[in-house]
Design a protein around this ligand. Structure first.
Ligand SMILES: N[C@@H](CCC(=O)N[C@@H](CS)C(=O)NCC(=O)O)C(=O)O
Length: 322
């Protein structure tokens, strides 16, 4: 993993020297919104109207942030409206890369071999990290947005007039409570696993690991008397949590040292993870081998890039909820 400096690729890992060994996540850079009528969204410029066949989503199977967008594309019935490329999850010195392979979809929109080429096409002098997911606009030939939390909000409602399906996952009446759950889950868990795994000092690791497990304990208790995080209906909060849970025992527990307990040790969380996994269409969004390979080939964390054989996890055993 590296980054672009003035449009040129550099093979640098995260610099944690200045932050006492702490991994500090940078802000996503492309922040325009697709909206139903092309009016500007909550931030950025307008001109990105929801249209069938206009937008393309770039993802990788290992990435939990990208996974959110893939889940929404599936749940909202957007597969015929928004096309998809899936990069290889195995780490490459030049970042995310596209090629033929099982579970992969090459880039037939920009013909890129590496994701950084797409960033440079959008902004020739781009400086910054080259992340997925990316939402690309064929018409204007640029990146609309590379922030998963915003891409899923667009997918939730912008394409409704074009035949998108499924209930709204961020209903106004629940928005404050969803935001509160999201904030905690993001800080301590979605991003907390990276703060553990990418920590380069004991103190930085300690700061991340304990709050993470406090949040898992809290979630497990919350799910004791609630079917889903907000109650009886699935919301955005569930779909932002699930990609982290499904990767947890497989990759974070081992490679990122998130190992006080496993998700399988939490009765409610484990049943809930299986329930979401078993929902129509969701298993199709999951490539367990890619997830494992994606994390275990991060050389800064696992220098020899050996991908372990286990653990064996059966997400298909009956969940027994509800
Ligand atoms: N805030 C972004 C984060 C995306 C992100 O960090 N993606 C990772 C993959 S899981 C990535 O592409 N990392 C490459 C890098 O950091 O160089 C989002 O939610 O979309």
């Amino acid at each position: 993993m590296g980054l672009l400096v003035d449009g040129v690729w550099h093979e640098d890992w995260y610099d944690t020297d200045k932050s006492g060994g702490r991994f500090e996540r940078f802000d996503s850079t492309f922040r325009n919104w697709v909206t139903a009528d092309g009016a500007p969204g909550p931030r950025g410029d307008g001109g990105f109207k929801a249209e069938a066949g206009r937008y393309h989503l770039y993802v990788a199977g290992s990435c939990p942030w990208a996974h959110r967008a893939v889940i929404y594309r599936k749940l909202k019935g957007l597969e015929d409206l928004v096309s998809l490329s899936i990069a290889s999850s195995r780490k490459h010195p030049k970042g995310w890369w596209f090629h033929e392979g099982e579970g992969l979809i090459p880039d037939d929109v920009n013909g890129a071999e590496h994701m950084y080429e797409v960033y440079v096409k959008a902004e020739p002098a781009y400086s910054g990290r080259v992340t997925v997911p990316v939402l690309w606009d064929r018409e204007r030939g640029t990146i609309v947005n590379n922030e998963s939390s915003e891409i899923i909000r667009m997918f939730d409602t912008a394409f409704d007039r074009l035949g998108a399906t499924g209930p709204e996952l961020y209903p106004e009446a629940l928005s404050a409570e969803i935001d509160a759950v999201n904030d905690r889950v993001y800080a301590t868990l979605n991003n907390g696993v990276y703060r553990c795994g990418f920590a380069t000092s004991q103190a930085a690791y300690d700061e991340a690991i304990y709050p993470m497990f406090e949040t898992l304990d809290w979630l497990d208790a919350r799910l004791a008397d609630r079917r889903y995080l907000l109650g009886d209906a699935l919301t955005e909060a569930d779909w932002r949590l699930f990609p982290t849970l499904v990767r947890f025992d497989l990759a974070y527990h081992g490679n990122f040292k998130c190992n006080i307990r496993r998700i399988q040790d939490y009765p409610n969380l484990w049943g809930y993870t299986r329930e979401l996994y078993q929902m129509p269409g969701i298993a199709e969004t999951i490539d367990l081998d890619a997830m494992k390979a994606g994390y275990y080939t991060i050389q800064a964390v696992n220098p020899r890039q050996i991908v372990p054989a286990g653990p064996e996890i059966d997400f298909r055993t009956p969940h027994g909820r509800g």
